[in-house]
Design a protein around this ligand. Structure first.
Ligand code: CP
Ligand code: NVA
Length: 314
């Protein structure tokens, strides 16, 4: 049975920490691993991307492999070919497949029928590859993640959900502040081995109290452009210097990007000395290379088969 990475809850805590160790090694020596020598990985994009595409494409090349980038609008899937049939065909051509898509059901269906690893390059509910880079970045600054406090301020979206899933698995205390109607679900399923905690609140200053890192993301995610109320509801949740002042001493800002300076983050923070955002963007590549090594190394999945509801319910 192939290993998949759809929500992050498929990893054990030990695997997550080992993956971050390996990512740091690969960052120090980017060409050390030839784990994908002679192999191809399909990357299917149904939505826009800058960082995810470039970091996977370059990372796969650094691992000795070849990335096949596909726009789903140009595939037969856009004309009604079944996800099942797509999975069966891809499984006979490439070593693994990543998909940036909308509803998580499609991703789970691809994984159900694929005999190769399937990884989530962003879906409606999850962005676990982003969270790997977030954790790698925090660990570079703070050392161990265990017991650390991290805050997320803004829309309770895919990025926030993945930070909650993987942050708590790494032992962190994750606090998420969002306005009513834009919060993560209270009953979000955390991984069985999560030793950290998740706190949801409305007050941004409450969430950042004691936090070493303060994260945010766009107020309008891809596909949500029609919700006219979002910007108004989220406007008190801007990541600015005053909010960083309310966090732990030397707290730093993170943002998965793309950013909208003046909306969810100020230009002063985005381009200033109190952020690790650009390092975080680079870390996508290192973290994902370690992920690909893990997924392609075989072995049984630790938990959460692809049909499990763990971390997948809205
Ligand atoms: N953070 C992120 O996933 O960026 P892209 O949308 O540019 O891939
Ligand atoms: N929440 C954002 C993340 C973009 C990387 C979106 O889904 O559009």
């Amino acid at each position: 049975m192939p290993r998949h990475f759809l929500t992050g809850a498929e990893l054990s805590a030990a695997e997550l920490l080992a993956l971050l160790d390996r990512a740091a090694e690969l960052k120090a020596a980017p060409l050390r691993s030839r784990a994908l020598a002679g192999r191809s990985v399909a990357l299917i994009f149904e939505k826009h991307s800058t960082r995810t595409r470039i970091s996977f494409e370059v990372g796969i090349q650094e691992l000795g492999g070849h990335a096949v980038v596909l726009r789903s609008g140009e595939m037969q899937i856009a004309r009604g070919e079944a996800i099942r049939d797509t999975a069966l065909v891809l499984s006979r051509q490439v070593a693994a497949v990543g998909w940036r898509t909308g509803p998580d059901e499609g991703l789970r269906e691809l994984a159900r029928y694929a005999s190769i690893p399937v990884f989530n390059m962003l879906s409606e509910l999850h962005h676990p590859c982003q969270a790997l880079a977030d954790l790698l970045t925090v660990r570079e600054v703070c050392g161990s993640l265990d017991g650390l406090r991290i805050a997320y301020v803004g829309d309770g979206n895919n990025v926030a959900r993945s930070l909650a899933v993987l942050g708590t698995l790494a032992g962190m205390h994750v606090a998420v502040a969002s306005p009513p109607g834009y919060s993560l679900e209270q009953d979000l399923a955390l991984p069985p081995e999560a030793s950290g905690t998740l706190t949801l609140c409305e007050d941004a200053r409450e969430a950042v109290a004691g936090a070493q890192a303060v994260c945010t993301d766009v107020w309008v995610s891809m596909g949500q452009e029609g919700d006219a109320d979002r910007v108004g509801a989220l406007s008190p949740y801007r990541l600015d210097d005053a909010l960083l002042d309310a966090a732990a001493p030397d707290a730093f800002a993170l943002h998965c990007l793309p950013a909208h300076p003046g909306q969810e983050i100020t230009a002063e923070v985005l381009y200033g000395q109190r952020q690790r955002i650009w390092e975080q963007a680079e870390n996508r590549r290192h973290a994902q290379k370690a992920l690909l090594e893990l997924l392609l190394s075989g072995g049984e999945p630790y938990a959460a088969p692809v049909d499990s509801a763990a971390g997948a319910s809205a």
